[in-house]
Structure formats: C-alpha cells, structure tokens
Design a protein around this ligand. Structure first.
Ligand SMILES: *Cc1c(COP(=O)(O)O)cnc(C)c1O
Length: 430
C-alpha cells in the first residue's frame, strides 16, 4: 500500500496496485472480463444501489482500470479519478455533470486544435457553448464568466505553443464566481505540474501521450480535487436529486467523491466512453517510468531548443524552458522540473520550407501524436490545427510558418544532427 506522503517515484509504481488477492500475481493482472459474479441477490442489489462499492459490468468499472484510476488520483493529488477511452472523451466526461442546454464554458484560446474544434463546434449539438479568451488578460477572463458559465478550461502547458497558464490567478477568478477550473495537464504530466496544488478543481488528461509514453493506446482520465462546493446552486446534477439515478443526491451522499461517483454511475454508464483493461495495462506500464522519461524528455528538449534558437535559418523557438520565452518566469512556479518536451519553432523560409523540412527528417517521425519516446514532428497548420481559421491558428501558436516538435528520449546529438541535415535540405546551409 502507498500513502500520499510517498514520493512521486514510489507512487508511479505502487499507487493503486497490490498483489492479486486470488493468485498473488505481483503485476496488476489484465482483468479481461465483461461481468462479475454477484455473491447473491442482496449483494447485487447493494451494488446497483451504490450502497456497496464493487464490480458489476466493465462499462462502469474493471479492476485493472480501477488500479489505474487510483494511481492517477495519487499522482495528481486528487481524491478520485475516472478513466475513459481517450483525452477527448475525458473532456466530455468532465463537462457532462456540470453542463446543460444554454450553459457555457470559458476556455483559453491556447488549446490543442482538436479541443478547439470540440468546444467551438461539436458541443453545440448538446446546447453547450464555449467562449474563448486570452487567459493572461484577467479582465477579459473575469468579464467572460457569466451566470450561465459552468467551468473555466485551460491547458497547464499549452499544446503546441508551450504557453504556461498562470493557474493560481485563473483559479482565483473562477472561484470568485463559483465556477470550477478544469485543467488539461496532458503536456506537463503530474510529474512536472500539479494543477490541484494551484487551485484546479478537475484535471483532465490524454493518457495517450506522455503517460503511456510510447504511442501504443489511447486513454483519458479526469482527476477530482474533491475541493469544490457542488451545492452552490449551479450544479443540480450533483447536488439535487438526480433523475438518472433514482433521485440520488450525489454531493450529499458522497461528499468530496460526488463528481467521481457521478462520472462512473452516470457518465460511464450512459455515455459509454469506457477504457478497456488492455489499454489500462499499457498505460500503467508507461506510468511506472514516467519520471525517468520526463527528466530525459526535458533534458533533450532544452538541448534541441537551445540549438535551434541559435540557428540562422530559424526565426524563433517557443519553448517555455528557454529564457527568451514569455512563460519562462512561470516555469519556476508551475513546472520547476521543466516545461516538458513539446514546442514549436518558426522557419524564416515560411510554409514552403516547413513542408520540405518535414519531408527531410530521418529520425523524427511525421505523425499526429506527441509524448512518445520517439521524436515526432508535425506541421500543425496543415494537420492538427487544420480545421481552425488562420486567426485561431496564430492564437493557438500554430501559424503556417511554424513546425511542432515532440522531443523523445533518444540521444540529443542525433536529434540535432537530423534537424541540421533536414534544415539544410529545406532552407540551405547555415
Ligand atoms: C491529444 C490531446 C488531447 C486529446 O486526447 P486524445 O487522447 O487524442 O483524445 C487533448 N488535449 C491535449 C493537450 C492533447 O495533446
């Protein structure tokens, strides 16, 4: 068993995992099962009434997934966590208990492109809407939160521009208006940044990225701080009798675990965005080495970013780990161990040279992913941020002359040599 006082390196290996009670298996087994035998009819009734916690059906809960949930809660310093099938599923699952037709979220304009599309287009089908603001503009942020706002949403370290949010200020503004702050911590991971310690209510993850760490499976998680007052009048699904669960009052019944229980009992039950136990297993394998990998990701990213910044073919590099970055000062407070390994750089030769560069790299892989042990490259404007207007692309840090890198854990010298030869083929010699 682990305690919250254990260090991160201990928790990433042990939290949520215990020897299998039936066999003693040391590694968490992949419980490849859909259903679980009830002891008797009374046991089944108690489980369905949420009077007893246990396993019913794997759309809701599964022991392998439960171990991962406990580990994610421990790593982020939350009271509970719910895992689901992808990062995008986690965002919908996080908003689901809070929202209703006519309600809105206030979101940072520096977000992963897929999230911008999900929030600006797709959630409208549910009658929800999003207002995008520059979260560094505190007046604009405060003014955007209105009586129908049910959450403020930002990324701790934004994909792809590397902007670090001033979480404490954003949390204070959200709190002043009785609204939870949801922080996407995908890029930083809980090893580099712990948003709950800076006031976040909920933390969401695409576990697809650094947490699994090797590009094998998709997964998402929502971690609850357990600190928000869901009974402030704005969140009837959590505080009033919930018709979708025979009138249960989640906040009154489960206290700080209200959000977590609601997300499993109603969110997973009715939306069905379930993480499968195989994917949970791969993700836990990745998390065991998270801190070791993140240290190397950061070390390599600093070396590559410093080298690129001095290269005459490069217009600028946006990496929060460089003193030239406007986010550099925030790194000491929010990500003292480093600013992850995702950043962008701009080529003086513009769009044409960016495309040539991507076609010339040999070690870097041209893929729409990040947070892999392999180094990855992509031209965001023509891919992940393609659905956005040019104005949105520029705000998100994905302008047409910008290339995004996710630096892996290979030898930094090899990565630099690969970029050098590709830059020569794209823009000519230094
Ligand atoms: C990839 C990503 C997502 C979406 O996650 P999926 O697992 O691909 O659904 C959300 N936020 C950020 C910051 C991401 O990088």
């Amino acid at each position: 068993m682990t305690a919250p006082t254990h260090g991160f390196d201990t928790l990433q290996i042990h939290a949520g995992a215990r020897p299998d009670p039936a066999t003693g298996a040391r590694q968490t087994p992949i419980y490849q099962t859909t259903a679980y035998v009830f002891r008797d009819a009374d046991h089944a009734a108690a489980l369905f009434n949420l009077q007893e916690v246990g396993y019913i059906y794997s759309r809701l809960t599964n022991p392998t997934v439960a171990a991962l949930q406990e580990r994610m809660a421990a790593l982020e310093g939350g009271v509970g966590a719910v895992c689901c099938s992808s990062g995008h599923a986690a965002q919908i699952m996080a908003l689901f208990p809070l929202m209703g037709p006519g309600k809105n979220i206030v979101a940072s304009n520096r977000l992963y492109g897929g999230t911008v599309t999900q929030f600006s287009q797709t959630i409208r089908r549910f009658g929800w809407s999003a207002k995008f603001v520059d979260i560094d503009d505190t007046e604009a942020l405060a003014a955007a939160i209105d009586e129908d706002t049910r959450a403020v949403f930002c990324e701790a370290v934004a994909n792809p521009g590397g902007h670090i949010a001033d979480l404490e200020t954003v949390a204070r503004l959200a709190d002043a208006q009785g609204v939870p702050l949801i922080v996407d911590n995908t890029t930083a991971t809980p090893y580099l940044c712990r948003p709950i310690e800076h006031g976040a209510t909920l933390v969401v993850h695409s576990m697809t990225k650094y947490l699994t760490g090797n590009g094998t499976v998709t997964g998402g998680a929502i971690i609850d701080s357990g600190k928000f007052d869901w009974s402030n009048g704005k969140f009837p699904s959590l505080s009033e009798p919930e018709p979708a669960y025979h009138g249960l009052k989640f906040h009154e019944t489960f206290g700080p675990l209200a959000f977590t229980f609601h997300s499993i009992a109603i969110g997973l039950r009715d939306l069905g965005m379930t993480l499968n136990p195989q994917a949970a297993h791969y993700t836990m394998m990745g998390i065991e080495t998270l801190s070791l990998r993140m240290d190397r990701h950061v070390e390599n990213a600093v070396k590559v970013a410093q080298w690129l910044e001095k290269d005459p073919r490069v217009a600028y590099v946006t990496y929060a780990g460089l003193p030239s970055s406007p986010s550099y000062a925030r790194m000491a407070k929010y990500c003292p161990k480093g600013a992850s390994s995702l950043f962008t750089f701009s080529l003086k030769g513009g769009y044409e040279d960016c495309v040539k560069l991507i076609d010339s790299v040999e070690i870097f892989s041209h893929v729409a992913n990040l947070g892999d042990t392999r180094s990855l490259i992509i031209h965001s404007a023509s891919t992940t941020h393609r659905q956005l207007t040019e104005e949105q692309q520029i705000a998100a840090g994905a302008a047409p002359d910008v290339v995004r890198l996710s630096i892996g854990t290979e030898d930094a010298d090899d990565l630099i040599a690969d970029l050098d030869q590709a830059l020569t083929r794209a823009s000519g010699p230094r």
